[in-house]
Design a protein around this ligand. Structure first.
Ligand code: TPP
Length: 569
């Protein structure tokens, strides 16, 4: 058995886990690991901020389903990772973050750049480790990868002291295999399946709530088979988008705070909800007391803690959504929901938000137009990475994703600054994909330092800044709920085109509608990153909107004559 340093063992294990790319930023406490890295077939992407490294690892994971890896030094390097860990935790994204720690004898002495990062990150990681001996490196790394990707995926942090990286230990990869974890859960019970089947077969107005778990569990095929056999219409969560083609006749669209009105109304009028790999987040339920009052509820979830957490259900099935669907589909009756589908069609009427003709079109440049044009230009096939805010909701409404894993966005934590670095990670993971960043002028300024990473690493992602001169989503809340008192939301920005040019990136200004198409085409043709600054309407609003604390069907609708014919203003 060979003796290796802890640093070498780290890379030996990462390479065996199939890691080829790692996002990071060096510093004293992690230098032994960086020095050892040079001998291994690993591409290191030097970021400009450790937060960027974590979002890149996260984008990498979301674009592929593989574990993304980030690395940083102790103290400020590690604390800069906290937002990325929390983002990955809330959206169940499998990443492994490695941090250096001060020497084990210095722990607790307030040594230079010492932070108790396992303490800090305990609530925002699925699991974390403080490794103080070289012999503990391999078991920690192997178990971290196992935990990150198995069960409900999530982020794991491994903090390794400097002396553990420098000292030697026997490297025995096989002996470091993770032990079977926890108690194997009870297999989903026969009675639960029977109850679920009875509810589905009897339902006249069922709706499926399709969540991120379908993508995480690679259950797209099983899901489509289930939907087509039962003929049950599908409402998607934001993170579920892409798990079922937007163009499919049974796809209603997005539910929740900025979901289509008929989707929310259908949920409220349903007699059965079948929730698959979703967690009844408050943004999708509105107030729980009035949520789907007449519906029985079936919840299929890999994480038992989610069942009955927010919404009490009639049947909870704990299990991998793919296995559960594979078992349900052959047993369920072939459905005929024509009457219900007709009813939903009537609800839709002529007010569909996603129907671009329902937008005001007096020649002004609206964000929704930009996104709809981008959808057309890319044939709906681009991998779009959005930031957080109004543009994120418009993207979800107007870019119709037919392909799984083509929308990467921070849902649970809603992390501004996510998009640019996550897109870099997604592009590294899928070099042949056409990647677009759709980002607000606020969020872009949070992580735009990563433009330098793009240039240094020769990365080709296109950037669409939806520039409305405001922290738009917050301004929208102020417009509706604070009588338009715009406290701290008007936003000064630099000339983004000049910023791009300062980094050596081509920038294009778009001020008019007719300039959108040519700019998008120019960006698509270029074999390198192009940044487009779209100066859109400043006080535009995302409709519909369920105010926080309201029932799901109590939506604020676009105040125009067409939309006001909707039943549920
Ligand atoms: C890190 C972080 N800070 C604050 C917020 C609160 N927040 C949510 S949306 C938003 C405004 C985003 O503005 P911008 O990036 O310009 O996008 P827009 O809404 O205008 O499309 C803010 C401040 C957040 N989500 N994340």
């Amino acid at each position: 058995m060979s003796k290796l340093t802890g640093a070498q063992i780290l890379w030996e294990c990462l390479v065996r886990e199939g890691v080829t790319d790692i996002f990071g930023y060096p510093g004293g406490a992690i230098l032994p690991a960086y020095d050892a890295m040079l001998a291994y077939p690993i591409r290191h992407i030097l970021t400009r901020h450790e937060q960027g490294a974590t979002h890149m690892a996260d984008g990498y994971a979301r674009a592929t389903g593989k574990v993304g890896v980030a690395i940083a030094t102790s103290g400020p390097g590690a604390t800069n990772m906290v937002t990325g860990l929390a983002t990955a935790m809330m959206d169940s994204s499998p990443i492994v973050c490695i941090t250096g720690q001060v020497g084990s004898r210095l722990i607790g002495s307030d040594a230079f750049q010492e932070t108790d990062i396992t303490g800090v990150t305990l609530p925002v990681t699925k699991h974390n480790y403080l490794v103080t001996k070289a012999s503990d490196v391999a078991p920690a790394v192997r178990e971290a990868f196992y935990l990150a990707k198995n069960g409900r995926p999530g982020p794991v942090l491994i903090d390794i002291t400097k002396d553990a990286q420098q000292s030697q230990a026997t490297f025995d990869y096989d002996a470091a295999a993770p032990r079977p974890h926890g108690r194997p859960g009870p297999p989903p019970q026969e009675t639960h399946f029977r109850e679920a089947l009875a509810l589905i077969n009897a339902a006249e107005r069922p709706v499926i709530l399709a969540g991120h778990g379908i993508l995480l569990g690679n259950a797209m095929g099983e899901f489509k088979a289930f939907v087509e056999r039962t003929q049950i219409p599908v409402a998607m969560t934001l993170l579920g988008i892409g798990c079922f083609p937007a163009s499919h006749a049974l796809n209603l669209g997005m539910m929740g705070m900025h979901g289509e009105s008929w989707v929310n109304t259908a949920i409220q009028e349903a007699d059965l909800l079948i929730a698959l790999g979703m967690r009844f987040d408050d943004r999708v339920t509105g107030t729980i007391a009035s949520y789907a009052p007449n519906a029985k509820k079936i919840h299929v979830e890999i994480d038992p803690a989610e069942i009955n957490k927010n919404v009490p259900v009639d049947v909870g099935i704990v299990g991998d959504v793919r296995d559960v669907l594979a078992r349900l589909t052959p047993a369920v009756a072939v459905g005929d929901r024509a009457a219900w589908l007709r009813k939903i069609d009537e609800l839709k009427g002529s007010t569909a938000v996603r129907d671009i003709k329902n937008l005001p079109d007096e020649g002004h440049l609206y964000a929704a137009h930009v996104i709809n044009d981008l959808w057309r230009a890319t044939n709906g096939k681009a991998l779009v990475v959005t930031d957080v805010g109004q543009h994120q909701m418009w993207e979800a409404q107007y870019y119709h994703h037919d392909v799984p894993r083509t929308l990467v966005t921070s849902g649970g934590l809603g992390t501004m600054g996510f998009a640019l670095p996550a897109a870099i990670g997604a592009k590294i993971a899928r070099p042949n994909a056409e990647v677009w960043v759709v980002v607000g002028d606020g969020g872009f300024q949070m992580t735009m330092c990563e433009l330098a990473t793009i240039v240094q690493e020769g990365i080709d992602v296109n950037i669409a800044i939806i520039n409305n001169g405001y922290l738009g989503m917050v301004r929208q809340w102020q417009e509706f709920f604070y009588e338009r008192r715009y406290a701290a939301t008007p936003l000064l920005s630099p000339d983004f085109v000049k910023v791009a040019e300062a980094y050596g990136i081509r920038g294009i200004n778009v001020r008019k509608r007719e300039e959108v198409g040519p700019a998008v085409q120019a960006a698509r043709k270029a074999r390198e990153t192009v940044l487009i600054d779209f100066a859109v309407e400043q006080e535009d609003t995302v409709y519909p909107m369920v105010p926080a604390g309201a029932a799901l069907h109590q939506m604020i609708r676009r105040p125009n004559p067409i939309a006001e014919t909707g039943a549920d203003v």
